[in-house]
Design a protein around this ligand. Structure first.
Ligand SMILES: *[C@@H]1O[C@H](CO)[C@@H](O)[C@H](O)[C@H]1NC(C)=O
Ligand SMILES: *[C@@H]1O[C@H](CO)[C@@H](O)[C@H](O)[C@H]1NC(C)=O
Ligand SMILES: *[C@@H]1O[C@H](CO)[C@@H](O)[C@H](O)[C@H]1NC(C)=O
Ligand SMILES: *[C@@H]1O[C@H](CO)[C@@H](O)[C@H](O)[C@H]1NC(C)=O
Ligand SMILES: *[C@@H]1O[C@H](CO)[C@@H](O)[C@H](O)[C@H]1NC(C)=O
Ligand SMILES: *[C@@H]1O[C@H](CO)[C@@H](O)[C@H](O)[C@H]1NC(C)=O
Length: 624
């Protein structure tokens, strides 16, 4: 009796859940023909032939505002990659998108019939709109020529094979819950260099590549005027100024996107098939506070220890909900012409806005220069004989532990202020906009983004752990299985390993030429040399029988994953198929040393795993 009730509840729950995910009568089509239209209420979508992208009306969860958009069908949050009307959302009723029969223009109209957006294909022979497998929405004529494409007008995301050229830029969204244009941009500067720039109505400032270095020191060139950048299908981002970067999960078969985020950082994200979540596989800036303008004018970006925005002492937020607006003085600026005082903030600097720069200057002389009515403060670097920078604006303030100097803020003498709480460790710090994106500090260049990825993995393990384990495991276990271990245990471990590429056995067999060239042997298995389809040379470790059990294998994966952080030998992927268990590593040329390291590391790890102490010793390294 009890069992029957449970079974009933389980099935009910299943039905409800499924119906939530499969909204009742949505229709999808492969093309929108000339003369046809889609209304916002119609629940009709255009999908790409392989169904990886969907195009139609999109609303932010909990919002009545709609955008005509393209999104990843299989990502959990339906990640939007393009919108037609990012700054002008339309009404949830009566809005429609159509290809006008009369002149072939694709037009988005609001409830009152106003044209919100349209393509420049007037008087053309457009016959239909189609969404390609690349995520490109195209208008074609009867011969199949492309007359207009969404790839030509990117918003904040570049998809693989979409080319960023001279006239185009990616612009971040201003805030969560909206696609409205923000101030951060990726574009080609007039010097032909692919750059990130903060571009607000008040000011603009380049922050990537590092403005303190010249083009060549940054590994770029400004001689190639073709100005094009593209993310290819293997996760390689290349630009005509010689810039290139690889996603950490380099290889075919993974859905990726290059997005300029609300926090001004540029990132490559990779989609995890099994969960529909994204992981960061590359980012332009290692530290959040290197982004100019992230805290607005008169704001300071600090690490507390996660990145946060605070206002310069004596200043307050203009709009308490939005750091883009920056901070404004709490005093009347005219007071800076009379009796003033200077408040020192150590290891802090503002970028640019230098009224004067004086090398070989004393602190007193620098302070005198700042009596100038235009001066808002000055930076004093204690290199050599001292360097003085007099500031006309307090823009892009950032705290940096290795900065040899201080900034001195000019304030009316009568004003009561104290140093920001970060300097004392108390609590009036405002939340940064992207607190969940941990971006480490200067002494740890490579580790931060991995931290972020582990953060993601842990958080979705948490979420999925709760949902899947409660829902499926409990349901299945109690009701439908008589025997022990639920199949989803492997799924759980699979999530942990999802920062790595999953290879299939045939692929690795081919890569190693049927396991021909042996590189070495350890207690846990044999290592072979191989070449992947994309020409990467790899070392493939074939694990012995002891790893046949799922538990042991995933434990090894987890451990190697952690050690991967310390950049010993990079692991690229794995294979777990039938009884085959293999790990795929970067192949390191200098074998005399590395082979040794290799073996040592494995035997160490095995000891750890089987002595049961791997949790406490996880980070210990073999001696060089
Ligand atoms: C300039 O960049 C383009 C695109 O990356 C490349 O195809 C071309 O060969 C480059 N030209 C020179 C002279 O390096
Ligand atoms: C990216 O990968 C390609 C091919 O494996 C390699 O030639 C290139 O040097 C890599 N680039 C970076 C920046 O690691
Ligand atoms: C992810 O799914 C796509 C399409 O379903 C497939 O082509 C690809 O091989 C999968 N990738 C991985 C790593 O499983
Ligand atoms: C600032 O002070 C000046 C002169 O004392 C005065 O004219 C002006 O109105 C004040 N501005 C504000 C915003 O209080
Ligand atoms: C700074 O002073 C040192 C000696 O005191 C001198 O050698 C150097 O040239 C000066 N630098 C500048 C930029 O004036
Ligand atoms: C930066 O990282 C190093 C190494 O982990 C650590 O010792 C240091 O305290 C960190 N600095 C900050 C400001 O977090």
């Amino acid at each position: 009796m009890r069992n029957l009730t449970l079974k009933f509840l389980y099935l009910l729950f299943l039905a409800i859940t499924l119906s939530l995910f499969n909204s009742a009568n949505s229709k999808s089509m492969l093309r929108l023909k000339r003369g046809a239209s889609i209304s916002v209420e119609g629940n009709t979508f255009i999908t790409s032939p392989d169904n990886s992208f969907t195009c139609g009306f999109y609303a932010m969860p909990g919002s009545k505002a709609y955008w005509f958009a393209i999104w990843f069908t299989n990502s959990k949050d339906k990640t939007v990659v393009w919108t037609a009307n990012r700054d002008r959302p339309v009404n949830s009723q009566g809005s429609r998108i159509s290809i006008q029969g009369a002149d072939g223009t694709m037009v988005l109209t609001d409830v009152d019939g106003n044209i919100i957006w349209q393509t420049d294909t007037r008087k053309s022979d457009v016959s239909a709109a189609e969404l390609l497998n690349t995520g490109n929405l195209v208008l074609k004529n009867p011969r199949g020529d492309i007359l207009w494409q969404s790839f030509e007008v990117p918003t904040d995301t570049l998809l693989p094979s979409q080319i960023l050229t001279k006239e185009k830029r990616l612009t971040s969204s201003a805030r969560k819950g909206s696609f409205a244009s923000g101030y951060f941009n990726l574009y080609f500067g007039s010097d032909n260099v692919l750059s990130l720039i903060y571009d607000s109505p008040d000011t603009s400032s380049l922050y990537w590549p590092n403005p303190e270095y010249d083009v060549y020191t940054s590994g770029r060139t400004n001689y190639n005027g073709s100005r094009s950048a593209v993310l290819d299908d293997t996760g390689l981002l290349r630009s005509s100024d010689h810039f290139h970067a690889n996603a950490s999960d380099k290889g075919f078969g993974i859905k990726r996107r290059l997005t300029i985020d609300q926090d001004g950082n540029l990132r490559i994200y990779s989609l995890i098939n099994s969960t529909g979540l994204w992981v960061i596989t590359w980012q332009a800036l290692s530290q959040a506070c290197l982004v100019h303008g992230v805290c607005g004018t008169n704001g300071i970006c600090v690490y507390a220890p996660t990145p946060k925005c605070i206002c310069t002492p004596g200043y307050e937020m203009k709009d308490p909900s939005d750091w883009n607006a920056g901070c404004k003085p709490t005093f009347n600026n005219s007071l800076l012409n009379s009796q003033v005082k200077f408040l020192e903030l150590s290891q802090t600097d503002y970028f640019g806005s230098d009224l004067y720069y004086k090398p070989n200057f004393t602190l007193e002389a620098c302070r005198e220069l700042c009596r100038n009515s235009l001066c808002k403060g000055f930076t004093y670097r204690t290199w050599g004989n001292g360097h003085c920078y007099v500031k006309s604006d307090l823009f892009h303030g950032h705290m940096s532990p290795d900065f040899p100097g201080s900034v001195y803020i000019k304030l009316p003498r009568s004003l009561q202020v104290s140093k920001p709480s970060i300097f004392h460790g108390s609590s009036t710090i405002c939340e940064s906009r992207e607190a969940e994106i941990l971006v480490g500090n200067s002494s740890m260049y490579d580790i931060p983004r991995r931290t972020a990825r582990w953060g993601y993995i842990y958080s979705f393990c948490g979420a999925l752990g709760v949902i899947e384990l409660l829902f499926i495991v409990l349901g299945w276990w109690f009701l439908f299985t008589k025997h022990g271990v639920p199949a989803s245990v492997e799924d759980g471990y699979r999530m942990i390993s999802n920062q790595f590429r999953r290879f299939n056995y045939a692929e690795l067999k081919k890569a190693t030429n049927n396991f021909r060239e042996e590189l070495g042997r350890g207690g846990s298995g044999v290592v072979y040399k191989g070449v992947l389809a994309d020409d990467r040379v790899v070392a493939v470790k074939r694990l012995g029988d002891v790893f046949q059990g799922q538990e042991e294998f995933w434990a090894e994966m987890t451990t190697v994953g952690k050690i991967n952080h310390i950049n010993l030998v990079r692991m690229w992927g794995f294979c777990s198929e039938g009884r085959h268990r293999l790990l795929v590593y970067e192949y390191v040329d200098n074998m005399s040393l590395d082979k040794h390291l290799f073996r040592l590391k494995f035997s160490r790890m095995e000891t750890k795993i089987f002595s049961g102490s791997r949790y406490s010793q996880r980070f210990s390294l073999p001696p060089p």
